[in-house]
Design a protein around this ligand. Structure first.
Ligand code: AMP
Ligand code: MG
Length: 405
């Protein structure tokens, strides 16, 4: 058996970043930029008002009670064709360019409108009041996003604001997935004796999408070597990674194992964790010399989910250019109710639900039966407690918890 960390090194180390491509800024949420994004424009592009109010000369409004002549109204997107002179002002809207002559804005809340042409300022003004200066947010030649940055929705807005219409970016992955098993029923039909409903593909499709990848769902594949080989070779020409579910355990003569061993460079691993002990990682060379990683997940639903989290997800993130937070964050938590286990040389990844207590710390308790086939308790969990080998952890002890989502 190898440790989880060793397995992660093998799997993540065996995957490569994809070639960056030019991507429209609207498609950039969640993407990693492959080169520095440098601003070629100022934001804001001109000095403008931060409030609705009156554009004044600060030297005219040194005390409360000053009355000014109103020359007109300046809306956002419009330029005043006059200059603010001594004793004069203009009504101005948020985002409108500050007119010539003015150097401060008095908020509408601090003014009393006397008539259409006269206003009283109820507070003194200082130069620069409520004015947003040119380039206050971003300046030309600023590196707005360094290579390797992850673009979030606000980042998409910034790209639009600096007119970066296309950006060199690591692409979303196309991830093909398939399941094997004669017992699996996928179409909602009646269960015959010995059959169960397929759940992994539905779960994994959701997890792959949540990892920001595109899903190519190949469904359940029959126990036919030639057919499976043909499907895998074909899909490899139009995907970036393959996830399989089932048939990676020891002593399992599933067709997936036979075919993958033949067409890909596979490593069959046994990890010192529970659940999700078996895992297969491989590299499949395509006819056009691309290397497609293959993640062979075990069929037990909880194992499938946990090995995707621990091994496939970090590797897929690496391929999409991520360098940070490949795995989920871990925090120290307090065990609220004894976490029971037996000594077996493995770390147990127990499904727990955590809430923050008044002490500011995360408190966890298990969500129910912990078998690798018992997905219902996993569905209630928001964390995996990494319970070290031994007899479990008593209430009140500390445990490391990986936060899920
Ligand atoms: P395997 O890894 O193929 O040996 O399967 C281990 C266990 O997981 C068996 O009980 C299977 O019936 C179950 N299993 C395998 N694939 C799936 C699936 N796609 N959905 C639900 N259960 C599955
Ligand atoms: Mg099977």
């Amino acid at each position: 058996m190898i440790s989880l960390v060793e397995a992660q090194e093998i799997v993540i180390g065996g995957c490569h970043k994809l070639e960056p491509v030019l991507t429209d800024c609207q498609q950039m949420s969640g993407r990693v930029v492959a080169q520095d994004v440098v601003a070629t424009e100022f934001i804001p592009p001109f000095a403008n008002s931060a409030v609705d109010g009156f554009a004044v000369r600060a030297q005219d409004v040194t005390a409360a009670g000053v009355e000014l002549e109103v020359l007109g109204v300046i809306g956002a997107g419009h330029i005043a064709n006059y200059v603010i002179g001594v004793g004069q002002t203009a009504r101005i809207m948020t985002g409108a360019p500050v007119p010539q002559g003015a150097d401060a804005i008095v908020m509408i809340e601090d003014a009393t409108v006397i008539s259409e042409t006269r206003v009283r300022c109820n507070k003194p003004a200082q130069i620069g009041d409520a004015i947003r200066e040119i380039g206050e947010d971003v300046k030309t030649s600023d590196v707005v996003f360094a290579a390797g940055s992850v673009i979030n929705p606000a980042g998409v807005g910034v790209l639009a604001a600096i007119n970066a219409r296309q950006v060199l970016t690591y692409p979303r992955l196309r991830v093909a997935m398939l399941s094997t098993g004669d017992e699996l029923v996928i179409n909602g039909g009646e269960l015959k004796p010995g059959q169960i409903r397929e759940s992994n593909l539905t779960m994994l499709a959701t997890m792959i999408s949540a990892t920001d990848c595109e899903v190519i769902n190949l469904g359940i594949i029959d126990d036919d070597e030639a057919k499976l080989e043909k499907i895998l070779r074909e899909v490899a020409t139009r995907c970036d990674a393959i996830v399989t579910s089932g048939g990676v355990g020891q002593g399992d003569f599933d067709v997936v194992k036979i075919v993958l061993s033949r067409i890909a460079d596979m490593q069959w691993m046994q990890m010192a964790i529970k659940p999700a002990k078996p895992f297969a990682f491989g590299r499949l060379k395509t006819s056009d010399s691309r290397v497609i990683p293959v993640f062979g997940l075990p069929g037990n639903p909880v194992s499938s989910m946990i090995s995707f989290e621990m091994l496939a997800r970090p590797a897929l993130r690496k391929m999409m250019g991520h360098t940070q937070n490949l795995t989920r964050p871990k925090v120290k938590a307090i065990v609220d109710k004894q976490l029971k286990r037996r000594r077996d040389g493995k770390i147990h990844l127990m499904r727990v639900f955590g809430t923050f207590g008044n002490d500011g710390r995360l408190h966890v308790r298990d969500t129910g039966p912990q078998g690798s086939h018992q997905l219902a308790a996993t569905a209630l969990a928001n964390g995996l407690a990494l319970v070290p080998d031994g007899e479990g952890l008593a209430a009140g002890s500390e445990v490391e918890v990986m936060l899920l989502g």
